[in-house]
Design a protein around this ligand. Structure first.
Ligand code: ADP
Ligand code: MG
Length: 482
């Protein structure tokens, strides 16, 4: 990874990163603190507090280049062996990705045990599972001031653009009329587009009105539920959830396939709903598209208001960057913001990542955050200029592989081979283009949108069960994307 290396004189980076004197020590601590900020936003807040927050940084070393696969070695300190192992197993990839992003270098991670604590310092006090984090705290989780909310995510720092206007308005409305208007509120959208941010904004606003709020990831909800079932403490579980004014379940798509949990969730949902307690759900898909979730739950999810978040347009991206910089008290010119916004267009999280990296580089290399630096640093993002992908192009790629004709693909015939090829083409059209379901249906001989939804679901299911299907679909996809 040449990225920063070519941009910054090696000495400048080396001198600021290598930890030989106290001044430099501050630098790696500063980088870790930025890394922790990023991880805090990425991970569930309970998980972050239990595992990432206790880690200290020991050093960041640069290896002489070309000597090793990795050009940077980061050593973190875990409070004990147990934590160290858990982190290695579960979070090392995420942490090293975070360093990669921040440093623009490939970092290898090492975990030592802090020397100032006994290696065997009562690992039992370290929560073993997410569920136990919650269980150990029991009722406290509910009454804890934050209710698992991230106090930094608010309406006031959410930038509104046409991509999120509706979802924002709906969320604001809900926060002012808990349980009385749109219940549940179902917010869906791709990764990093602001679902968690909006959900927290409602949570924080409601808390300020002295409402009882709890935000859980669906993972955490599930593990807590399972623990309660195991320990026969379902009545506590139920009492706790029933006492809420607002329950937010983030990333509901991960609830899939867990039948008993869905059963319990169904009852909890109904009870809260009947008592006019507000429920907010976030997801990466619309309710109908959620795989492995019972029909009756999906119907419930869709029974309130469903709103989506789209990728931000250029102006919104610039506005978001300026707002983020302002919050960090960094002076960011509009020119520099425009350069970032032009380079990174997929999602807000990546946009923020690019900004963080630019700021880190400017601090490390002691260079002004100007257009020149921005261009240099962002070169490494090398935007994959997506080839224009059309439904036609997809159809052509598919008929070649399945040996059917275009008129078959868009026609009425339903032989197995043709029907399957059609489903694959519909699936890829959904995945690779921004066409809506009805639009895709139109490309395939005017089929109904529900047929397209069904096709997408079928291929998703089949390729998750059958690796040969998965492979061939991936190959067609690669041939289309080039
Ligand atoms: P999601 O939950 O959809 O994956 P997040 O809510 O975690 O995405 O958003 C990713 C990052 O982008 C967060 O740091 C969030 O604060 C920021 N973000 C997303 N949308 C906006 C927005 N409209 N205004 C300001 N920040 C945003
Ligand atoms: Mg999220």
């Amino acid at each position: 990874m040449q990225r920063i290396e070519s941009l910054i004189e090696k000495d400048a980076l080396g001198a600021s990163l290598l930890s030989k004197n106290t001044e430099n020590k501050i630098d790696h601590e500063k980088i870790w603190s930025q890394g922790q900020d990023i991880l805090a936003k990425t991970l569930d807040s309970q998980v972050y507090k239990a595992w990432i927050k206790p880690l200290d940084i020991k050093s960041i070393h640069l290896s002489p280049s070309n000597e090793k696969d990795f050009d940077t070695e980061v050593t973190l300190l875990a409070p004990n062996k147990f934590t160290r192992e858990h982190i290695l197993k579960n979070y090392s990839k995420l942490i090293s990705d975070t360093f990669n992003d921040l440093l623009g270098r490939r970092a290898s991670l090492k975990f030592n045990i802090s020397e100032n604590r006994l290696p065997s310092s009562r690992p039992t006090t370290i929560p073993q599972k997410k569920s136990e984090v919650l269980l150990e705290r029991g009722q406290k989780t509910l009454t804890a001031p934050e209710g698992n909310l991230n106090p930094g995510l608010n309406f006031s720092n959410f930038v509104i653009g046409s991509c999120n206007q509706f979802a924002h308005a709906a969320s604001l409305q809900v926060s002012e009329n808990l349980g009385r208007q749109y219940n549940p509120l179902f917010i869906y959208g791709g990764v990093g587009l602001g679902k968690t941010h909006l959900a927290n904004s409602v949570g924080n606003a409601s808390r300020r009105r002295n409402k009882k709020v709890l935000l859980v990831s669906s993972e955490l909800f599930v593990s807590e539920l399972i623990s309660s079932l195991r320990s026969n403490s379902m009545s506590n579980f139920k009492a706790k959830y029933r006492s809420l004014d607002l329950l937010i379940i983030d990333d509901i798509q991960f609830l899939d396939g867990k039948e008993r949990t869905q059963e319990e969730f169904f009852h909890t949902f109904n009870e809260l709903h009947q008592k006019n307690k507000q429920i907010i759900l976030t997801s990466d898909k619309v309710p109908q598209e959620l795989l492995g979730i019972e029909e009756r739950l999906k119907t419930r999810f869709a029974s309130g208001l469903t709103c989506d978040l789209q990728a931000p347009d250029f102006e919104t991206r610039v506005a978001i960057l300026c707002k983020k910089a302002e919050a960090k008290q960094i002076l960011l010119s509009e020119e520099v913001a425009s350069i970032i916004a032009e380079t990174v267009s997929t999602n807000v999280r990546e946009l923020e990542g690019a900004l963080n990296r630019l700021i880190a580089t400017s601090e490390l290399a002691k260079r002004k955050l100007d257009e020149k630096l921005a261009k240099e640093v962002l070169l490494s993002f090398s935007p994959r200029k997506a080839k224009e992908i059309t439904a036609e192009g997809i159809q052509r790629a598919v008929i070649e592989v399945y040996n059917v004709s275009l008129s078959d693909l868009v026609g009425k015939r339903r032989t197995q081979n043709i029907a399957f090829a059609r489903q694959v083409a519909m699936y890829l059209s959904r995945k690779l283009t921004s066409y809506s379901y009805p639009e895709i249906g139109a490309f395939f001989g005017g089929r109904d949108h529900s047929t397209v939804i069904h096709a997408v679901k079928t291929i998703e299911e089949k390729s998750s069960k059958d690796s040969s299907i998965k492979e061939i679909v991936a190959k067609i996809e690669a041939s289309i994307c080039g």
